[in-house]
Design a protein around this ligand. Structure first.
Ligand SMILES: Cc1ncc(C[n+]2csc(CCOP(=O)(O)OP(=O)(O)O)c2C)c(N)n1
Length: 630
């Protein structure tokens, strides 16, 4: 029986010797590597925190003590140690374990995360509640150097520094966000890491002086004052100290005895404390150590050669965006692109390679990214901000207040719109149409395939006002093969002419609409199918024409929540115009959707061709004849 198999609950760790802990670390690495190679997931971040997680659970008493994982993608070891080892093979699968902390999964998951930089705020809230209720436990926030680039982390540090009570922040510094970390704080951390002189000066110098006979103590005291003024230059972590934190570190995050010792020290302190831990992302597996960015989030892969085991036939929108932007870079010298720590994920790395000085990676700072774009646009540049739909939620106010209110020509490339699959509820991009469609001046579009994405992008760059283009991760052959025409105005595209019923499908839903009408055709119904590629403004002319030509049922289809989305806008238009047309809205219901593969999720939400056809049928007062389906 392996040591790992003997850990039934996290408290079993406390009975292990330090030697056994080291062995357990090795077993955990192998376990993670094998499981993630089968399920896919956040490999590199987890391999990097094996010792740190072990040390945390060795020193603290979860769930009495609260450990909060920022972003939460690095919580796999924590999950395995807190009695989820045997279910770990279900990671990220429908009905299985989530890839992020989930309160319903375990009492050890004290706070749910997914979006970054929230841990210190949540920890501070728990600390304040603890103190008001006169309870006694420790609260620890574990935050990466990437997540520390998020403004919210600094808002929390600023607030926490004046705390007169214990709160521990563990800074897991691996020099990486998904891509290499960026910005002044990252450079500052590098200085601390790389200059042993700092360490010596902080501790060694004072000790040395004290040891000088007779004058040593006097000199040391005199120099203490001088040291205070010099510390801005010399002492590691002074930034955090000035924010009111006691800084401990840097400590080697793969040296278990040192980690245990340091965390025990931090635990004694009754004040805000920051422990700076240096780890290596991807540690222990050649491929992920060499290329941690590629192995940040992975699909199932072959451990032997590190290559993906599944190569589906799909086309990446991000890649299409990146490649097209790098062509447009030559056409528009004023074209600039902005990413919030995701140059590879958004495809902007293609542009970055050709035009490094016109690509800005701002760190995990979506709000800043949007207002930076506003500043660029007002100064005559053409900024394209590429951010995943779910993370753009952070920047709602900046989109409205800074960009749209001033009617600035910023293009939002909204990636991963719709259901994203295995990352689950924190990551589905199903709200953007609702949080954007009510903002004045903004044009909102959604392509049916990657070719159309390039046309919408061309069109947006010619507009002199804000535009948003939302698209999913990938498209399949069925829609890729549909022809696309250059866009000359904000009109919908008729994909098939029919009678009585008109289906308006947004973006990724075009495919589902085409599959649905195949079923309808077998039942003798031939609807008109529209690619509703412009969500705002609605193509009201097209809707009027369809009504006039006898289409009495409109079906809207979107991969967005129904509340406030495309369908809502169509309903509102129909109501206002006193039109007798009936409308059915197909989309995501008012719920947070679980994780799982996209097809399974869609089926669970009745977003599959048969369910949709059945709904259309029942609305038309008919029943589907399943015998005709084969
Ligand atoms: C608000 C927000 N923007 C973007 C992301 C996407 N994202 C997930 S992990 C990550 C990098 C985090 O880096 P770090 O905190 O250093 O953790 P590491 O993976 O290096 O351990 C990013 C950008 C996110 N989760 N939340």
């Amino acid at each position: 029986m392996t040591l790992l198999e003997q850990i039934e609950q996290v408290s079993d760790l406390k009975n292990l010797s330090q030697q056994e802990l080291l062995l357990l670390a090795q077993e955990l690495r192998q376990f993670i590597l094998h499981k993630v190679s089968e399920t896919g997931g956040h490999l590199a971040s987890n391999l990097g925190v094996v010792e740190l997680t072990l040390a945390l659970h060795y020193v603290y008493n979860s769930p009495i003590d609260k450990i909060i994982w920022d972003v939460g993608h690095q919580s796999y070891i924590h999950k395995i140690l807190t009695s989820r080892r045997d279910e770990f093979h279900t990671l990220r699968q429908y009905g299985g374990l989530s890839g992020f902390p989930k309160r319903k999964e375990s009492i050890h998951d004290v706070f749910e995360t997914g979006h970054s930089s929230t841990s210190i705020s949540a920890a501070l809230g728990m600390v304040k509640a603890r103190d008001l209720k006169k309870e006694c436990y420790d609260v620890v926030a574990v935050i990466g150097d990437g997540a520390l680039t998020g403004g919210m982390a600094f808002e929390a540090l600023n607030d926490a520094g004046r705390l007169n009570s214990s709160l521990t922040v563990i800074l897991n510094d691996n020099e990486m966000s998904i891509a290499p970390n960026v910005g002044a704080i990252a450079s500052y951390l590098t200085k601390i890491r790389s200059n042993p002189r700092y360490k010596w000066l902080k501790k060694g110098f004072a000790q040395f002086l004290r040891s000088v006979p007779l004058i040593g103590k006097w000199l040391a005291e005199k120099l203490e004052k001088l040291k205070n003024s010099l510390k801005y230059l010399l002492v590691p972590g002074v930034l955090f100290e000035e924010l009111g934190f006691t800084y401990i570190g840097p400590v080697d995050g793969h040296n278990l005895p040192k980690l245990v010792y340091t965390l025990n020290r931090a635990k004694q302190l009754q004040e805000p404390t920051l422990v700076h831990v240096i780890t290596r992302k991807g540690k222990g597996y050649l491929y992920s150590e060499t290329d941690p960015a590629q192995y940040h989030g992975v699909a199932p892969f072959d451990i032997e050669n590190g290559e993906k085991t599944y190569n589906g036939k799909s086309t990446s929108y991000s890649r299409a965006l990146g490649i097209h932007l790098s062509k447009l870079g030559f056409v528009y010298p004023e074209l600039t692109v902005i990413t919030a720590a995701m140059p590879d994920g958004t495809g902007l790395s293609y542009f970055q390679k050709r035009f490094p000085d016109r690509c800005f990676d701002v760190g995990i700072a979506e709000q800043h990214a949007v207002t930076l774009a506003a500043g660029l646009a007002i100064s005559g540049m053409k900024p394209v901000v590429a951010i995943y739909s779910t993370f753009l939620q952070r920047a709602y106010d900046q989109i409205s207040h800074d960009v749209c209110r001033q009617n600035l020509p910023v293009v939002f490339a909204i990636d991963r719109a719709g259901l994203v699959g295995q990352d689950g509820d924190t990551h589905h991009g199903i709200f953007d149409l609702s949080y954007l469609s009510h903002i004045p001046n903004l044009t909102i579009m959604a392509p049916k395939n990657t070719e159309e994405l390039t046309y919408l992008l061309d069109y947006s760059l010619k507009m002199n006002s804000p535009a948003a283009i939302r698209y999913p991760k990938e498209s399949t052959r069925l829609v890729q093969e549909l022809p696309s025409g250059h866009l000359s105005d904000l009109k919908w595209e008729v994909l098939q002419n029919g009678q009585d019923i008109a289906i308006f499908a947004v973006g990724s839903m075009v495919e589902l609409a085409l599959q649905t009408i195949e079923i309808l055709h077998t039942q003798g119904i031939k609807p008109t199918v529209i690619n509703a590629r412009i969500i705002k403004p609605l193509d009201t002319e097209q809707m009027s024409q369809l009504s006039e030509s006898g289409h009495h049922l409109f079906v809207t289809m979107e991969e967005n929540v129904l509340t406030g989305g495309f369908g809502s806008c169509v309903n509102e238009y129909i109501m206002k115009n006193g039109n007798n047309t009936k409308v059915i809205n197909i989309g995501i219901p008012d719920t947070f959707v679980e994780h799982g593969n996209i097809l399974q999720l869609k089926n669970s939400l009745h977003l599959d061709p048969v369910s949709i056809a059945a709904r259309i049928f029942s609305e038309a007062g008919k029943e589907i004849c399943y015998a005709r389906l084969t």
